[in-house]
Design a protein around this ligand. Sequence first.
Ligand code: 26W
Length: 824
Amino acid sequence: MAIADILHELEHHPRPCDKEGLKKSIRDALIHQAGKDPLEATPRDWLEAVSYAIRERLIERRMFTQRLFNREHVKRVYYLSMEYLIGRMLINSLLNLGFYEACREALSEMGVDLLGIAELEPDAALGNGGLGRLAACILDSMASQCMPGYGYGIRYEYGMFQQQIENGQQIEHPDNWLRYGNNWEFPRPEKIYRVRFYGRVVTHRDNGNLRHHWQDCEEVIAMAYDHPTPGYGNKNVNNLRLWAAKSTRDFDLNYFNEGDYIGAIQKKAESETISMVLYPNDATAIGRELRLKQEYFFVSASIQDVLDHHEEMGYRITELPDKVALQLNDTHPAIAVAELMRLLLDKYQLPWMSAWEITKAVFGYTNHTLLPEALETWPVEVMERVLPRHMQIIYDINFHFLNEVRHTFPGDTEVIKRLSIIDEEHGRQVRMAHLAVVGSHKINGVAALHTKLLESTLFHDFYRLWPERFVSITNGITPRLWLHQANPALCALISEHIGRDWVMDLSQLRALESFADDPKCREEFRAVKEANKRRLADLVLERTGIRIDPNAMFDVQVKRIHEYKRQLLNILHVIAFYNRIRRGEAGDQTKRVVLFGGKAAPSYVRAKQVIRLINDVADLINHDPMVNDRLKVVFFPNYDVSAATVIIPAADLSEQISTAGMEASGTGNMKLALNGALTIGTLDGANVEIRDAVGEENMFIFGLTAEEVAETRARGYRPRECYQENAELKEVLNMIGSGFFTPDDPARYGDLVDDLLNNDAFLVLADFAAYVQAQEQVDALYTDREDWTRRAMLNTARMGYFSIDRTVQQYAEEVWGVVPECWI
Ligand code: 26W
């Protein structure tokens, strides 16, 4: 009876969401949670109080959502991802919940500025780049569309490092984001699972069946932290569950009893390092044992949690595929295939074939990269030592799989070698991508071109074997963050013309097309862009001390620093443009600000060198009186989600210039085009589909296609010929190589220039001439501000397809088989 009363109370008297209700909650939280006298409260205390007030409302709705899903016995999807690049929570939660205005006024009446305190919140930067941000956009979309979707990941104590630029060079600082605590999370000390490592497998026969016992292991406890994730414009609140590593009590007792007190404490600390830090590598596999332990740690806890819930709901284990879909965000969680098999075989004692059919039916695998150095493999020796039972299972999976291959391709021994989960050629390695493909019923690329390349190159043999498993699901971005939140001025303008429904149905933006021909609307659109540019100019001044002119064209390349993304090509053009200015050949009066932002992996020497080169070039150009503000170069330090929300709405030109065939999709390209930037880009990743959507005439496409890149390489590419043939390129490379930008250290970029002339693995020189030509077209168009604005508006109007909601609907229909379940 008492419980029923509580439920009744919760249902009929939830926390009020009007201004007065919020005010009371904030005041109470300030005093009773933060423990602060309002007379002495600092802005950070107010931030703490507001987040408490909001989370009370989030958790109530979370409970209703969960009860609804349980009552309706829905099928659920669990998204397994090592990374979630979320950013700040406060404004996003308020906007999604619809409390923004009420909260702003409530605070304002207490003398507090909402946007001011929101700035104090640290970014949750539990991801590297595209893959982690995609996971965060997918969570927002699942909640907004009432999908029974759950995120699982790791609660890293330290997220993506903070980048500082010192003397032009990147310095990394630890990201201690939990320093002031985290009010958005609910620790669940009772939600704990044991995760085992090492040990050995003992086999015995039981009624003729082989049984396996994994014993003498080291154990770590995974403890859950829940992060309620509100949908937009509904009452749905989903959950992101992140696991933190804690040492076990058994573990403590064993070691303490041996009398080695200090040693015991040390071991305890070691076991807790599993969730300590995010590896900051975005495109090179990390061969460290700790990384494998991170991967298994969160996968094991998540799958135990999923199966526990399945049992609690009273379902049979054979019903798993009717109730559960598990999505692998790249291969990082691919060990999940072996872990589920282990539980089905050793715990539930299912026969091999039923266990395998269940496993394949629940998993889907998304590939995010073709780069060979990013493909994860683990030495068999390491896998055997860290996860001995899983290694046995992988061998068994491989045995059954290769029999199927032999059946399909009789007598073809080469195909066996190529397809085997074990790579025998490079010192016996487990290929995690092969495990993921073999264990999944659907495999998807993240853009049309990327999927085509998966089918024709990386996974070609798998494609021949199982063409029906391959699907293409082009990435998307959440309009809630990347338009509604990041660009309030443009939102207001859009909604004035076409209403507000575009936030949940981005295809409605198409109705803006006709406004592009209206001079008054163009004027308004331009005014919005100019205001956003002023906002960015202020931030650039604050962060770098560089003054930029909001009337200049803002040319933006923001993304991780990687050779294939070719920030180098951009800076080569900057230098060529600078030379034209010096010679009085730069033609019209277009002013440009070229802004770079992005982090280099700490061990990626060449990427760090590129950052330094950009800063060296910037330093010289920005101080050359001859340039006289025609050109400014900015390296924006510590590019993160929060910086992106200011930079992207202010961009005129979006640089998407990767070597064709190497960028799986890109999502920054979508954010920039949606916010009315014109793209200069290669036909790579989703750029191809962006071209189809916005029209080739509203973009600047240049350079070799993926096919031409492959041909050029096959023919034997000789970059030095490009240098010999192009006087402008020659001048630029000579300047860098001879120390024009670094007179105190003229040899600094000698090796970089040598590498461009002799190797140039990313075809920078091959695309240089075409890129410079495309940039001339950019300059020419920018002088016609009316036509530029018209095309910018058409970009915004035609980007609806790239909503993450469309992406998630495709996953739901083509991979997961889940349907929305909404309460009002
Ligand atoms: C194991 C080390 C490691 C870590 C992360 C290797 C590879 C990765 C990711 C696959 C890198 C990544 O973020 N990939 C990006 O994923 C985005 C979302 O699908 C795409 O838009 C980008 O094109 C792709 O580079």
